[in-house]
Design a protein around this ligand. Structure first.
Ligand code: KG4
Ligand code: ZN
Length: 337
């Protein structure tokens, strides 16, 4: 039996829609990013604005996507939406939309955990990894190491105690006078930086364990900025040193996790996965250990509807679906079995 599932992602500031076909794979996807709206307010994502924007965008985006793919609403056999974690108001927009459309079309709907979407995003690619694998999830909201045994079997083995990696990039970028979200701009500035002029700590690498902490690093940069002159080269040198500290910390913990699990595959997901220095350093570490490294394409590293459609399709095919109530979880631990 083939099944075409509409995926809806509205947990933060991307409105993502997609259609995943259990036989043909991904057949349509569209992402609208609200970044510009939030940048105008100094960044950080304004929850009320995010919700209002999702409401305005979701219907025209669906119409556009279906039209472009030559599909109609009647081609949809099931609907998956992000149930959490994320901004409650933003999640509710997607959940209500999914439930209402599901009821009208008389097809099953299912709420999906946002992180499960990220973890399984590499299965949208032509050469997906084999289970089990280690996933490093690095985004504006997450810095997590997860053992992925198979669909629905996950174990969180490392987490951040404070700021997420992307958040540290964004806050440091702000200190250096770059825009929001500043991760990519900071990475570009770091390209021009001289190695070894500054050195920042590698947080929590001197003790065992797989947890992260990045807020101290951001404070170290803030103090350095106060002490040093603010010419462009100095800023670039600081950006270099900051990025180097984050990358080295992430790679070190990843290697530790590989040692601990005995796994031979690593999947990178989340917006920080776009960072080229991180990609190169992880590749080097994986090559050294004869481990395989997988990146979903960039647009599926960041928030998107395709990963939600994929997970929803797998779960609906197993016969799972939710009842008609509309519940979302702003905070929601990754289901572990
Ligand atoms: O996964 P994502 O799009 O959104 C969520 O946080 O859910 O990740 C966005 C994060 C932001 O913090 C952004 O600054 C960071 O990813 N980012 C980068 C780069 N591109 C995006 N950080 C470092 N280097 C990059 N090239
Ligand atoms: Zn995300």
């Amino acid at each position: 039996m083939t099944m075409r599932v509409l995926g809806i992602e509205t947990s933060c500031d991307e409105t993502g829609l997609a259609i995943y076909d259990s036989q043909a794979g991904l057949i349509a996807h569209v992402t609208y990013s609200q970044t510009e709206i939030h940048a105008a307010f100094g960044g950080g994502g304004v929850p009320e604005l995010a919700s209002r924007d999702h409401i305005q965008k979701i219907t025209p985006l669906l119409t556009q996507m279906l039209q472009e793919a030559g599909l109609s609403l009647q081609d949809i056999d099931g609907i998956a939406y992000t149930k959490g974690p994320g901004l409650a108001g933003a999640l509710l927009v997607g959940a209500m939309f999914a439930r209402t459309l599901g009821y009208a079309l008389n097809v099953p709907t299912i709420g999906v955990h946002h992180l499960e979407g990220h973890l399984l995003a590499p299965f949208l690619e032509p050469h997906p990894p084999e289970f089990p694998f280690l996933a490093l999830l690095v985004s504006g909201g997450h810095t997590e190491l997860v053992r992925v045994e198979r669909l629905g079997h996950y174990e969180l083995i490392g987490d951040t105690l404070d700021d997420a990696a992307g958040e540290a990039f964004d806050k440091t970028a702000k200190l250096l006078g770059l825009g929001y979200p500043g991760g990519a701009a900071l990475a570009a500035l770091a390209e021009k930086g001289k190695p070894s002029r500054f050195h920042f700590p590698r947080p929590m690498t001197d003790r065992p364990g797989l947890d992260f902490s990045f807020s101290g690093l951001k404070t170290a940069v803030a103090q350095m900025i106060r002490r040093e002159a603010q010419d462009e080269q100095t800023k670039a040198d600081m950006a270099y040193a900051f990025q180097e500290a984050v990358v080295e910390t992430l790679v070190m913990k990843c290697e530790r996790a590989l040692q601990q699990t005995g796994y031979q595959s690593v999947v990178i997901a989340g917006g920080v996965g776009a960072n080229l220095a991180l990609r190169a350093a992880l590749k080097k570490m994986c090559d050294k250990r004869n481990a395989a490294l997988y990146f979903p394409r960039l647009e599926f590293c960041t928030d998107n509807g395709a990963m939600i459609a994929y997970v929803g399709c797998q779960r609906l095919l197993q016969g799972e679906h939710d009842d008609l109530s509309v519940t979302v979880h702003a905070r929601w631990a990754l289901p572990q079995n």
